[in-house]
Structures are given as structure tokens and as C-alpha cells.
Design a protein around this ligand. Structure first.
Ligand code: SF4
Length: 379
């Protein structure tokens, strides 16, 4: 005996196939349906309309440049107080960042760096020469630096407008801005979890200005803490409207809240079903985003493989074999730090997809591409 498809999904599937954007009620219905089979099927069909059987990954390096931060977000286990937690604080010099990026060779296409709101490190004096040094030494590597929260902080420090600071960062080689800092846009909830960080309107304005100046970016949503389902769908609707106003988001990345060592510990861990539902809802709500990323370090490799059946088409980066991600690892993730690129492709092929190597802006590369050996001009 078969079973009937959830009637709410019948109507939603009709809209998706007709290219009609979904609204708040549709998003809530997708989150609440018990019909996971059809939820996955509809999201997967939408993914295949966008990227066929391809699933993307990038050979990259990942660096947290400092954990000094004055924002005091309630969900954060990474930031350290410069005066009270002296044994935990670190702040890399520009030379250390440069050397760390090159520690395991030059065969990578993206350098991903994120840090805290540190008054001593987040300055143009620190970053502009370092970015130029990277561009001279590694012209094949795209710089995926900062989040909108860091750019907002840096703009305030320098008393510059967003267009002014972005123009300087772009001139020095910024290719892509990471999606962090979005958290959850709904103001009431945001005020409870990250009151001192860039507000929602400015987060969106920074990304729209980046796109106007030709710098790509990603978007995220932190879910699984105190937010409501309405907050989540509202977040996706605001991202879709922003992409409509000023296109330039490459990918959306759902970030599952991790509870270890932070003030929202009582919220606990997200469930696997909530994780895969969130990928499917994102794929269906964000019809003007090309890519939905399942970041293996956050949800774990096996959930990410399932997410590929629920609309995701990217597994993000290999990282370097000596890289050390600290934001999620200090909050309790059990994922490792690095996946060999052959293993990455095998994990994608094991669930029936075609692995495609990319850079930050989704230019494609043969899997065995490597940079011509170059002299490191400023090494
Ligand atoms: S999430 Fe980012 S901005 Fe917030 S406290 Fe942690 S490091 Fe600082």
C-alpha cells in the first residue's frame, strides 16, 4: 500500500516547478511536514535543475587569525578575553599567517581566514600588505577573508563608510567574503544572542555593497539555538530579497549551533532530521542562490552526504593537513580538521554524485590541477 503525499507539498512542488518563489507559509510547511521522503525529492529535483549531478569542493587552507574579540556573542566558544583568559588568547602576526597558509604547499585555490573583533589585528595596516603579499606569491589562490561582522568592525575603527573600506580591500585582492556573522536576522532574537555585533540591516548592506563592487560572498544562518521556525524562514526570505537587490551570493551555508562551552549550552545539539530539513528548506526557499553548502566540519561527513540528497550541492573545503579550525572545535564538533582530496571525491561518489573541484567563485578545475611551481616572491 502506498501513502499519500502531504497535500501542502503538492502545492509547493507545483510552485517550485513553475518557478514561483515560496513564502513564509510555504517555508513553515516545509519545516513541519512529516513527509521527509517527498521533501527530499522536491529539494533534490531543484538542486539538479541548478547543478545536475555535480557536487562541488575546494582545495583550501583555513586559518583563524586571532580569537581576541569584544563582541561577546552568547553562542560563541571561540572568543577569548584578552585580560582574563591570557592562556587561551592568540593573535597571529602577518608573517605567521603567511607562513601558516604555505605550510603544506601551494596546491590550493582558496585561502579562508576568519578571526575575532580584535582592535589590534582588524586594521588596514595589518591586512592590506598581507593581502598584496598573498596575491604576489600565489596568484592562483582566491582570498576568502573576513565576515561582514569583521568588515563592520574595521569600518568603525577606521571611521570609513562601507563603500570606502570595501574599495580598499578589493584593491588589495579581496575575492570573496565569508558568510559568517549573519546568525539570525530577526531583531528580537538577534538582540538576545549577539547584541554587540553588526545588525541585520548592516550585514545585508555590507554584502550588497560587496556585490556592487564585484566582490563575491557567501551567506549563512546559525540555527538550533533559541530561534523560532518563523525566524529561520524570515532569515531565508531576507537573504533572497537581498540577492534580488544586489546579486553576488554564491552559496548559502546552514550552520548548526554547537553547545559546548558557551552561554547557550542548554539549547543542546541539533538533531539529524532538523539538519537535513534545513538543507531542503534552504534549497527550496533560496531559488536565486546557485549553491547550498553542506560544510562537513559542522554537520559531520555522514549528515553532509545525506544533505546531498536533500538539496545541497557543495561539501566545502579539504583544509590543509596542518590547519586547525577553532570556532567549531571549541564548541564541541567531533569532525576532524582535514580530508584528503581523493577521500573527498570518494565520499561524494559514494552517494551517487560527481565531484567537481572549484575555487571560491565556482570556477571549475580538473581534479589533478596544480599551480605551476613559482618562486615565492616575498616568502
Ligand atoms: S562569534 Fe565572532 S564576533 Fe561573536 S564573540 Fe565569537 S568571535 Fe566574536
Amino acid at each position: 500500500m502506498g501513502y499519500a503525499m502531504d497535500p501542502a507539498l503538492v502545492e509547493i512542488e507545483r510552485k517550485v516547478e513553475a518557478g514561483v518563489s515560496l513564502g513564509m507559509d510555504d517555508g513553515l510547511a516545509l519545516y513541519r511536514t512529516a513527509d521527509l521522503h517527498n521533501l527530499g525529492r522536491i529539494a533534490r529535483a531543484q538542486k539538479e535543475r541548478k547543478s545536475g549531478k555535480n557536487v562541488f569542493y575546494v582545495l583550501n587552507r583555513y586559518i583563524n587569525s586571532t580569537n581576541v574579540c569584544y563582541a561577546n556573542c552568547k553562542f560563541c566558544s571561540f572568543a577569548a578575553d584578552e585580560f582574563k583568559e591570557k592562556d587561551r588568547v592568540f593573535r597571529m602576526t602577518a608573517d605567521q599567517v603567511f607562513e601558516k597558509a604555505l605550510e603544506t604547499g601551494t596546491n590550493f585555490n582558496q585561502l579562508h581566514i576568519v578571526g575575532g573583533h580584535d582592535p589590534r589585528q582588524l586594521s588596514l595596516d595589518y591586512w592590506l600588505p598581507l593581502m598584496r603579499r598573498f596575491k604576489d606569491a600565489l596568484p592562483h589562490v582566491q582570498l576568502s577573508l573576513f565576515t561582514a561582522a569583521e568588515i563592520d568592525y574595521m569600518a568603525k575603527r577606521h571611521r570609513m563608510s562601507y563603500p570606502e573600506i570595501i574599495a580598499q580591500l578589493k584593491e588589495a585582492g579581496l575575492d570573496n567574503v565569508n558568510g559568517g556573522g549573519a546568525e539570525i536576522f530577526a531583531e528580537e532574537t538577534r538582540a538576545k544572542i549577539c547584541a554587540n555585533k553588526v545588525n541585520s540591516e548592516n550585514w545585508l548592506e555590507i554584502h550588497e555593497e560587496l556585490h556592487r563592487q564585484g566582490v563575491a560572498s557567501n551567506a549563512t544562518m546559525l540555527y538550533g539555538h533559541i530561534e523560532s521556525l518563523e525566524d529561520r524562514v524570515d532569515h531565508l526570505l531576507r537573504l533572497r530579497a537581498s540577492q534580488e537587490r544586489s546579486p553576488g551570493f554564491n552559496a548559502f551555508i546552514p550552520l548548526a549551533f554547537h553547545p559546548d562551552g558557551n552561554e547557550l549550552n542548554d539549547c543542546g545539539w541539533t538533531g539529524g532530521l532538523d539538519d537535513i530539513r534545513t538543507f531542503a528548506v534552504a534549497r527550496l526557499m533560496l531559488d536565486n542562490f546557485d549553491h547550498i553548502k553542506a560544510y562537513w566540519m559542522i554537520q559531520g561527513i555522514k549528515i553532509c552526504q545525506v544533505a546531498l540528497e536533500f538539496g545541497a550541492d557543495d561539501m566545502d573545503g579539504t583544509h590543509g593537513s596542518t590547519d586547525e579550525e577553532m570556532i567549531y572545535h571549541s564548541a564541541g564538533t567531533q569532525s576532524g580538521q582535514y580530508v584528503d582530496d581523493r577521500e573527498f571525491r570518494r565520499l561524494i561518489e559514494a552517494v551517487g554524485y560527481t565531484p567537481v573541484r572549484r575555487n571560491s567563485t565556482y570556477d571549475e578545475f580538473p581534479y589533478d590541477w596544480s599551480p605551476v611551481e613559482q618562486e615565492l616572491i616575498h616568502a
